[in-house]
Design a protein around this ligand. Structure first.
Ligand code: GTP
Ligand code: SPV
Ligand code: MN
Length: 601
């Protein structure tokens, strides 16, 4: 082992402790250089983890195929080990911390045998920003190192920013010790789902992850640090760590507003964050597509920072039509995971636009032809791409203080009842809207359509403490600043369906029509009508110029279905019951007021 490139005593002691436990063959301190990145990519090409893509078609790009058991986040194996089960709340898995610690140490014993232990210092947030947090991830996966280099500010600069200060320790292993003389698997991991663990200790602010090499399970700066641990820190320190995109919308007159939007996973954040507006003269710029850290600024307004440095986006469905700017972002220097490989050495996935290739190698490495009955790409196939490559990245995206937030949006996939857009009457009503967010699925296998999962603030899998306390923290923001300076709150639903099951709203670039009204409401000019559920655009308030949606469909999109809303209120009430005494009284009151408004509607 070469000498550690730091004098940070806590860091050196911790690395020594984990190395003694996991017994790797060697230790490598990552400097984050180009040279290191390319050497690790070459190493993975030689091991079969990476396939280099055609240098002319996708310069600097690689394809990785994961193990078939390791394709997404594992929510049922994710733990919040607070001191008590009560603190973790009913929406999180919990084990007593001492017991979990002992279990983890037993699992990590010798788990890096035959592998290199990489030490990855990284900054969530621009280096030197007052809101940035430094983490250090230990991993035995070179795939994690190169992905972390894209997704975070990683290496010597982060280590330098850390100095002798404190950091959030993140320990990761794929859980596949390599015996001498054995050939390594292209995607080593622990295939038994019951042996995977994604563990958070909120009191000591530590993360331990075992058995998976995929996405949020393994890139520990993202969901584990920037949401679960950060949400705990945010509550203690009076700020917000949220599963939100951040975008800037500028009108033809040059009025610019920043908007944060929380939608559950795979419900359209990346798409909205870099959308091409259908309305002429309007522009969208992207600050972030997944996570926002939000603080009250010196002027009393809320300011949002994207703590990430790249996009880890869903590939299937991404096309020049649905998300032109994402397609531009991933032309080069991108890692693709679980997409299909074409004979030309390019990537392909379902709904990429254009004709399907005559043949391809699917995400599992098998021959694939159109119509063979299997998907070529895994539905959760992803691209890892530098945010700076996005053609519409906002000039302020690395602002150390963040960007001022004019509006919060909440949403999800709701085929019925929920209108295209509504505006909250107050901060408390806005928090009520966020708390009632959720997404509906069709579970055809059970013969039961439209099962709704409540996903408050799109944070259900990502909140590091009791969900009721989280909602109370959101309520408390109004008492920490001038109410007049708080962002306005809106609920949107791009996913309303007709009785025949077709989308009523075209979505994507046409969502700019809704964003325009939102900005007009912020400016005090947009026309609205008060309804029992919130303020809705008057029939003439949305700019529908050049849009091909029938009057009847528009009427449905903006209609208030009183009976449907009464059922919705009952469902929200049942959900609130699961949060017990931790649910803030202000939200019970909001629900009662909604019921009263509906009763007299
Ligand atoms: P995570 O990265 O998992 O947090 O997801 P995300 O919220 O960033 O979701 P993403 O933007 O990747 O969208 C997921 C899916 O939603 C894709 O299949 C999109 O095609 C679809 N989608 C996005 N926006 C719209 C829209 O406005 N209307 C409709 N109908 N579908 C949309
Ligand atoms: C999500 O699931 O919300 C993601 C992907 O953004 S992952 O990083 O795997 O959590
Ligand atoms: Mn996400």
């Amino acid at each position: 082992m070469t000498a550690p490139p730091t004098t940070n005593k806590k860091l050196i002691a911790w690395v020594n402790d984990i190395a003694a436990l996991a017994t790797p063959a060697s230790v490598h301190w990552c400097d984050g250089s180009d040279k290191e990145y390319h050497a690790l990519c070459d190493l993975m090409v030689s091991h079969g983890t990476f396939t280099r893509l055609n240098e002319k078609l996708r310069p600097g790009c690689y394809l990785a195929r994961s193990h078939a058991s390791d394709v997404a986040r594992v929510e049922d194996r994710t733990y919040i080990c607070a001191k008590s089960k009560e603190e973790a709340g009913p929406t999180n898995n919990w084990t007593e911390p001492t017991e979990m610690r002992a279990k983890l140490r037993a699992m990590f014993k010798g788990c890096m045998k035959g592998r290199t232990l990489y030490v990855i210092p990284f900054s969530m947030g621009p280096i030197g920003s007052p809101v940035a947090k430094i983490g250090v991830e230990i991993t035995d996966s070179p795939y994690v190192v190169v992905n972390m280099r894209i997704m975070t500010r990683m290496g010597a600069a982060a280590l330098n920013a850390l100095g002798d200060g404190d950091f959030i320790p993140c320990v990761h292993s794929v859980g596949a010790p390599l015996e001498p003389g054995r050939q390594d698997a292209p995607w080593p991991c622990e295939p038994d789902p019951a042996k995977k663990y994604i563990v958070h200790f909120p009191d000591t602010r530590e993360i331990w992850s075992y058995g998976s090499g995929y996405g949020g399970n393994a890139l520990l700066g993202k969901k584990c640090l920037a949401l679960r641990i950060a949400s705990v820190a945010a509550r203690a320190e009076g700020w917000l760590a949220e599963h939100m995109l951040i975008l800037a919308l500028t009108s033809p007159k040059g009025e610019k507003h920043y908007i944060c939007a929380a939608f559950p996973s795979a419900c359209g954040k990346t798409n909205l964050a870099m959308m091409q507006p259908a309305l002429p003269g309007w522009t969208v710029r992207c600050v972030g597509d997944d996570i926002a850290w939000i603080r009250i600024g010196a002027d009393g307004r809320l300011y949002a920072v994207n703590p990430e440095h790249g996009f880890f986006g869903v590939a299937p469905g991404t096309s020049a039509q649905s998300n032109f700017n994402a397609m531009e972002t991933i032309r080069r220097n991108t890692i693709f995971t679980n997409v299909a490989l074409t004979p030309e050495g390019d990537v392909w996935w379902e709904d990429m636009g254009g004709p399907a290739p005559a043949k391809a190698i699917d995400w599992e490495g098998n021959e694939w032809t159109p119509g063979c009955g299997r998907k070529a790409a895994h539905p959760n196939a992803r691209f890892t791409a530098p945010a700076a490559q996005c053609p519409v990245i906002d000039p302020e995206w690395e602002s150390p203080e963040g960007v001022p937030v004019s509006a919060f949006l909440f949403g999800g996939r709701r085929p019925g009842t929920i209108p295209l857009v509504s505006e909250a009457f107050s901060w408390e009503h806005g928090v009520f809207m966020g708390s009632a967010a959720g997404s509906e699925t069709t579970t055809a296998a059970l013969g039961k359509a439209g099962v709704l999962r409540r996903d408050p603030f799109a944070m259900l899998p990502f909140c590091g403490y009791h969900m009721g306390d989280y909602l109370a923290h959101w309520i408390s923001i109004a008492s920490r600043t001038d109410r007049a300076k708080l962002p306005k709150v809106f609920f949107v639903n791009w996913f309303r369906k007709s009785t025949e099951g077709k989308w009523l709203w075209p979505g994507y670039g046409d969502n700019s029509r809704v964003l325009k009204w939102i900005c007009e409401r912020v400016a005090g000019t947009g026309k609205a009508v008060k309804t029992p559920i919130g303020n809705l655009p008057t029939p003439d308030a949305l700019d529908l110029s050049g849009l091909d949606v029938s009057e009847e469909d528009m009427r449905q999109l903006l209609a208030i279905d009183v009976e449907g809303w009464k059922r919705e209120a009952d469902n929200i009430g049942s959900y609130y019951d699961t949060l017990g005494s931790h649910l803030p009284a202000a939200l019970r009151a909001e629900l009662e007021q909604l019921r009263q408004r509906l009763a007299t509607a």
